[in-house]
Design a protein around this ligand. Structure first.
Ligand code: ASP
Length: 581
């Protein structure tokens, strides 16, 4: 037996027992005639003690150990003379009688400590060492707990875990496919699933009724800071349901997870339409942990003669709580912030609502006290608050003000990671017009059904149709989305037409699904959650990388195994990717 206990297990009750531990040398302290070793494994750290009075040779041998050596040590559990109440094993130590070196270790390239000196790239290259550190390991353990809690809830609700294939044909979720050449079918390619969308719908046609899977999805996108080319979804589908059934079932899941993992009971999840979210927050995934809703000022500024506002398509403000005392320097910094190319505004107008009820704005020349008071009323600003106003074309201003709102919330500490504020966003537009291609795109995906009351617009004004689609948002992050699907062949065919597919293309790509719809497809709908992101948020983080054991870097590379990599001419030839050798 390698060990009788783990390094996190021994307590005062074990004193006088014999124990054998195995683990890694975290730290070695030589103090005159004594040496102490912190021995670490997944469960914790136990102090090993070596004493020259007890065994000089053993002490000498222990002193030769290096960091991260793997050893097995046997001895008696004794009371520590100087206890460490920071550590759960801090009352005891092991008086080592014998130990064996199971494996040596080179000096690790960074310290295996909670606060490491290793940079991102180095940590990724030696990810197996990084995972030895508490913060990274704890994130993986949290992920495992969430995974089990998902399975528990969905299993109790009657969902069945069914695996779907990875070598498939394209499923459009708005990204590029990763493709895999087929050796046996010359010149042909599989695509890796962007999601199991079509398969889960086919499982509904097959009568599975309630499906789920915690599943890898692959999307070849230009990587943004918090995206991974392969990521995990909690993918779900249900038959004989309406939107309301889905919202209720998965509201239950979200509440269950937050309760299980954080011990926090949350209230019923509020709902908001897409239009309302855009109007109030300029964003379809608003963070509702704080207010600062958009105040639309187009009417209020009329007749002021301030042409920057008068000529603007949109003039809108937010009232930032408690910031009326911002200095000239702070306000200049904010102006520079909105002028950055990523935000792209020409300037920023402010109005301080002073604690004594007076006003001071950067546009006092054009707006008198009455006008500014009106701004304060519309934006809900109280004495002590700072009103920030942006003006310009609607799309840009909406986006900029939404980002400014988040920036200010961050700056004044309103984004508390221990507060969980989920939100359903409903009634998304079905289609989005793409100026570049001059065509409509499905905002969600082509299998989403239109709202029945809007279906008559299919021919006349498709851009106005609302979808039976919903997103779930947590603290300003989209954590999931889904829809009630089309289950009727004619409607699905019509949708492909609107999306600009020819009959042949639609048949070639999705004939299998439309054919299935001819064999008794039940009404169905579903949702998928971004598992990595959900777990990260439960861990109090917005960056998903450390919640994935072996993530890719920003260029889509695995720097540990060095992938992607070239392959040999023989392999290329075998795959018909190179004509001759
Ligand atoms: N397949 C969708 C997605 O990956 C989710 C769904 O509609 O269920 O976003």
């Amino acid at each position: 037996m390698y060990r009788t206990h783990t390094c996190g297990e021994l307590r005062a009750e074990n004193i006088a027992q014999q124990t054998t531990l195995a683990g890694w040398v975290q730290r070695l302290r030589n103090l005159g005639g004594m040496t102490f070793i912190d021995l670490r494994d997944r469960y914790g750290i136990t102090q090993l003690a070596f004493n020259e009075e007890h065994d000089v040779a053993l002490l000498e041998k222990a002193r030769k150990l290096g960091r991260e050596f793997v050893i097995q040590a046997t001895g008696e559990v004794i009371e520590r003379s100087s206890k460490n109440n920071q550590s759960s094993t801090g009352e005891i130590e092991v008086k080592v009688a014998t130990f064996t070196i199971l494996n040596g270790s080179k000096t690790p390239p960074f310290t295996i400590e909670d606060e490491t000196d290793g940079g991102e790239e180095l940590r990724m290259k030696y990810r197996y060492l990084d995972i030895r550190r508490n913060p990274v390991r704890e994130k993986l353990l949290l992920r495992n707990r969430v995974n089990l809690a998902v399975r528990q809830y969905l299993t109790e609700q009657g969902f069945v875990d069914v695996e779907t294939p990875y070598l498939i044909k394209s499923t459009p979720e708005g990204a590029r496919d990763f493709v895999v050449p087929s050796r046996m079918n010359e010149g042909e390619f599989y695509a890796l699933p962007q999601s199991p969308q079509t398969f889960k719908q086919l499982l509904m046609v097959a009568g599975i009724d309630k499906y789920f899977q915690i599943v890898k999805c692959f999307r070849d996108e230009d990587l943004r800071a918090d995206r991974q080319p392969e990521f995990t979804q909690i993918d779900c589908e249900m038959s004989f349901v309406e939107q309301e059934d889905i919202l209720n079932t998965f509201e239950g899941l979200v509440r269950h997870l937050i309760k299980e993992v954080k011990g926090v009971e949350i209230d019923a999840i509020p709902r908001m339409t897409y239009d309302e979210a855009m109007h109030k927050y300029g964003n379809d995934k608003p963070d509702i942990r704080f207010g600062m809703e958009f105040a639309h000022l187009n009417e209020a500024i009329k007749g002021s003669g301030f042409s920057v506002f008068e000529d603007a398509e949109m003039v809108a403000a937010i009232a930032v709580p408690g910031c009326a005392e911002y200095s000239r320097k702070q306000l200049d910094a904010l102006t520079e912030w909105v002028k950055r190319p990523q935000i792209g505004m020409k300037g920023l107008v402010y109005c301080k609502v002073n604690a004594d009820g007076t006003f001071k704005s950067s546009v006092d020349k054009f707006f008198d006290e009455t006008a500014l008071k009106n701004w304060a009323e519309i934006s809900g600003a109280k004495p002590g608050d700072l009103i920030l106003v942006l003006a310009g074309d609607k799309r840009l201003t909406t986006k900029a003000l939404s980002e400014l709102r988040m920036h200010m919330a961050e700056e004044i500490g309103l984004r508390d990671p221990n507060v969980f504020a989920p939100l359903w966003v409903l009634d998304f537009p079905l289609l989005e017009f793409d100026d570049e291609t001059g065509r409509y795109h499905a905002m969600h995906h082509p299998f989403t059904s239109p709202k029945p009351e809007d279906a008559h617009l299919l021919d006349s004004d498709p851009g106005k149709i609302r979808a039976n689609a919903y997103d779930i948002v947590l603290n300003g992050n989209e954590i999931g989305g889904g829809s009630i699907r089309i289950h009727d062949r004619a409607m699905q065919k019509r949708m492909f037409e609107i999306l600009g597919f020819s009959d042949e293309e639609a048949q070639k790509q999705f004939g299998f699904l439309m054919n299935a719809f001819e064999y008794g497809a039940p009404p169905h709908g579903g949702i998928a959650f971004g598992f990595d992101r959900f777990v990260a948020l439960l861990g109090g983080d917005e960056v998903i990388r450390d919640y994935i054991a072996f993530p890719k870097n920003n260029s889509g590379r695995d720097v540990m195994i060095d992938a992607p990599a070239t392959i040999s001419d023989e392999q290329l030839a075998e795959l018909s990717l190179k004509v001759t050798l």
